[in-house]
Design a binder for this molecule. Structure first.
Ligand SMILES: [Zn+2]
Length: 156
């Protein structure tokens, strides 16, 4: 079976296998595009580009990771709601309300920090599904470097 070659700017059809592969790579804190690790310098500090495929991890957009913040926020809300519901159901009818309240407050503070890297890689995976990478999304192309662009320009 031959692989269909598409131009980078040509719209791609939704591919469930590709979406699953991107999501699994994101869940493994790997580059959704190529699967390489090492995207983070420290726990919450992401590199500018992927060390293997040189994809700009913020896609060169200001506030790119607002989507990641939303994923992180929603996951924290589900953790709190799900934890409260599970604790109530497991201890019914003698529900220890104070214990549940303080336990969830204790979890609510570290949870977003602990899960922050996954929210960033998952957001990148989702975004690559919605807007597949083009050559302009990779470091090392002349169109991304103003100095190279000026070198190639004709001298007046
Ligand atoms: Zn990569």
């Amino acid at each position: 079976m031959s692989r269909r070659h598409t131009r980078a700017d040509e719209p791609q059809q939704f591919d469930l296998r590709r979406a699953a592969r991107h999501a699994l790579r994101g869940l493994g804190l790997r580059c959704p595009n190529c699967g390489a690790g090492g995207l983070f310098r420290r726990w919450v500090f992401m590199r500018d580009t992927c060390p293997r495929c040189h994809l700009f991890l913020d896609r060169r957009e200001p506030d790119y990771f607002l989507g990641g913040y939303v994923i992180n926020f929603v996951a924290a809300e589900f953790m709190i709601a799900g934890g409260a519901l599970a604790a109530i159901l497991l201890t019914w009818p003698a529900v220890p309300w104070d214990l549940i309240k303080w336990s969830l407050i204790g979890l609510m503070i570290p949870f977003p920090v602990l899960t922050y890297p996954w929210s960033k890689t998952l957001w990148l995976a989702i975004d690559l599904q919605l807007r597949p990478a083009t050559l302009a999304d990779f470091e090392g192309h002349g169109e991304n470097d103003p100095a190279e662009r000026e070198e190639g320009a004709p001298v007046a």
